[in-house]
Design a protein around this ligand. Structure first.
Ligand code: GLC
Ligand code: CA
Length: 576
């Protein structure tokens, strides 16, 4: 009804309809630096140790900024660098306005930011506020007495009311997210580890504290925020019972609850709107509608979220490429007109992409890594590239629980043990999917500890560092590294790779992922053979191909309208 009235009004005002259409079109392809960015994610603990204690640090990153710049990336996302007792490698913050002692000092941070900006690199920091560390001053106060002014910064359940309804903890060795605290005879909530108590977002004072420290970092000049686990932040504080077994599907119960959108709008008003910063949330809710509500420009919440559906496809038993194509195409089409997506296949919570999504076998590893990088850098959406993936780093193949450092791996091992589960099966699963697979030290060269540290590294270096390292690849024009650089150069140069419409071709082809990107008169065809054998594809498009933009083999066998792709071959073609 409203719509009709609007049209009538517009008919009275000539030019009105076309203006509206114009605005719509503008909004669709509205240019933003964060859409054009290529984000490089650095896990600071594992990047470069500058002072010989086995742990990566800020000065290590400073030392390597020329390398980062040489990759052609335009922004860096740093995992948390704040003071932390490191129960979860910095995702347990004890002071949001200070730098973790192991990583350096605030002076180091200021220098890092300055030197990044000198090189035209943006910096995105990680904001971890679903929870803090139990060693944060707020929590120390909060747990000290029931009437402490900080009591309501966290979720407490007085024990005289009985046990609260079960909540599942992702990292707890018992699985229970309620932890009894003797001091005040009450339980506190922790969706993650017991040392990560959940903050009470329903308390406006807590929210203002968070916005204030976000402004503290924005005032320093950081260019963006990644909101850790934020989809879980709002809660129904009556803590109703969830159905038995809900933990198998916990995101459905934990994500996008209560007033989450109100909090994001408030955060936008209080922080984002005051600076030229980008914002991205971890998690995109349960439905496309949730995702849109988070990121559509007219919502005034976030710029982007990253959804897990794509990255979750890979299993130790393999995965179905047709399904993979379907998922990425579905996300693209849902955001073709409105909103924006993130493209990634790996991060610090995932095993190495080449081991999960392609092949890390010696004969295929390099081609596989180039293929996956081609995919990430040719899709519509902001690409997030994880450190080491530009070299094709692989899973280390840890065999024993003693090899692991990640609290999730260690506690889930204990949980398996305590519940009489099959620990060997668990170890096998860890070898494929553990987060530590993606956290082994950066492989700089073939020297001691891959040039990462002169001491014993906090997590073992992958034994293949002699074969896979930045120094060796730097000198080799055909390396994964130099291929990555050519890809970023193309993406930075060609608007069609950023804004062009995506169309899936050959949707049922079991081995080849093919799609076009089109912007005005520019057209690019991407061909990716996700298999270890030759695969042929026939397309009318081949008639008018004018150039091969990039290819991970020296040749492309084009015969009329048929291309025969080699194992893990990846190419981008362009048209007159
Ligand atoms: C996010 C982080 C992960 C961390 C968890 C708890 O999922 O990416 O590394 O363990 O939140 O903060
Ligand atoms: Ca160090």
């Amino acid at each position: 009804m409203k719509h009709t009235i609007w049209i009538v009004l517009c008919l009275l005002a000539p030019g009105c309809v076309s203006k509206k259409e114009e605005q719509k079109a503008q909004l669709k392809n509205e240019k933003k630096w964060w859409k054009e960015a290529i984000v490089y994610q650095i896990y600071p603990r594992s990047f470069k140790d500058s002072n010989g204690d086995g742990v990566g640090d800020l000065r290590g990153i400073i030392e390597k900024l020329d390398y980062v710049k040489s990759l052609g990336v335009t922004a860096v996302w740093l995992n948390p660098i704040y003071s932390s007792p490191n129960a979860d490698n910095g995702y347990d913050v004890s002071d949001y306005r200070n730098i973790m002692a192991e990583f350096g000092s605030m002076e180091d941070f200021d220098e890092l930011l300055r030197k990044m900006h000198e090189r035209d690199l943006k910096l995105i920091i990680d904001i971890v506020v679903n929870h803090s560390s139990d060693e944060h001053e707020w929590f120390k106060q909060s747990r000290s007495s029931r009437n402490n002014p900080y009591r309501n910064y966290y979720h407490w359940w007085p024990a005289e009311k009985g046990k609260p309804n079960y909540r599942y903890s992702l990292f707890d060795e018992t699985g229970d997210a309620w932890k009894y605290d003797e001091r005040t005879n009450a339980y506190y909530l922790h969706y993650f580890a017991a040392k990560q108590p959940d903050l009470n977002w329903e308390n406006p004072k807590l929210r203002q504290e968070v916005y204030a420290f976000m402004r503290f970092w924005a005032d320093k000049g950081v260019d963006g925020f990644r909101l850790d686990a934020f989809q879980f932040a709002a809660k129904d504080t009556t803590f109703p019972a969830f159905p038995l077994g809900f933990e198998k599907d916990f995101v459905k119960y934990y994500a996008m609850q209560g007033n989450l959108h109100e909090y994001l709008k408030e955060m936008n008003r209080e922080v984002f709107s005051k600076y030229d910063v980008m914002s991205v949330a971890e998690g995109a809710g349960n439905t496309m509608e949730d995702a849109h509500n988070l990121v559509d420009a007219d919502r005034n919440e976030l710029n982007m979220a990253y959804a897990f559906e794509g990255v979750d496809i890979a299993k130790s038993t393999g995965y179905d490429l047709v399904h993979f194509k379907k998922v990425f195409s579905k996300w693209d089409s849902a955001f073709a007109e409105k909103g924006w997506v993130s493209i990634f296949l790996a991060n610090h919570d995932q095993a190495r992409m080449v081991s999960r999504f392609a092949s890390d076998a010696p004969e295929f590893r390099a081609a596989s890594a180039k293929l996956l990088n081609t995919f990430i850098l040719s899709m519509r959406g902001t690409p997030y590239c994880y450190y080491g993936d530009e070299l094709g780093m692989t899973n280390p193949g840890f065999e024993k629980i003693e090899d692991y450092r990640d609290i999730q791996a260690l506690n889930m091992y204990k949980k398996t043990q305590n519940s009489g589960g099959d620990v060997n099966a668990y170890l096998k699963e860890l070898k494929f999917s553990s987060r530590d697979n993606g956290r082994t030290p950066m492989q700089w060269d073939s020297g001691q500890n891959a040039g990462f540290t002169s001491a014993t590294p906090w997590l073992a270096v992958n034994s293949n560092y002699n074969l896979i390292n930045a120094a060796a690849q730097d000198d080799d024009a055909a390396s994964v590294l130099n291929h990555f650089r050519r890809l970023t150069e193309l993406r930075n140069k060609k608007d069609v790779l950023v804004y062009g419409k995506y169309t899936l071709l050959l949707k049922d082809h079991p081995q080849v992922y093919a799609y076009t990107r089109v912007l005005d008169d520019k057209k690019v065809l991407v061909l990716l053979n996700f298999s270890g054998s030759d695969s042929s594809v026939s397309l009318d498009e081949f008639d008018s191909v004018s150039d091969v933009l990039i290819n991970n083999y020296t040749e492309l066998e084009l015969d009329g309208r048929t291309v025969r792709l080699k194992p893990y071959q990846a190419a981008m073609l362009t048209f007159e």
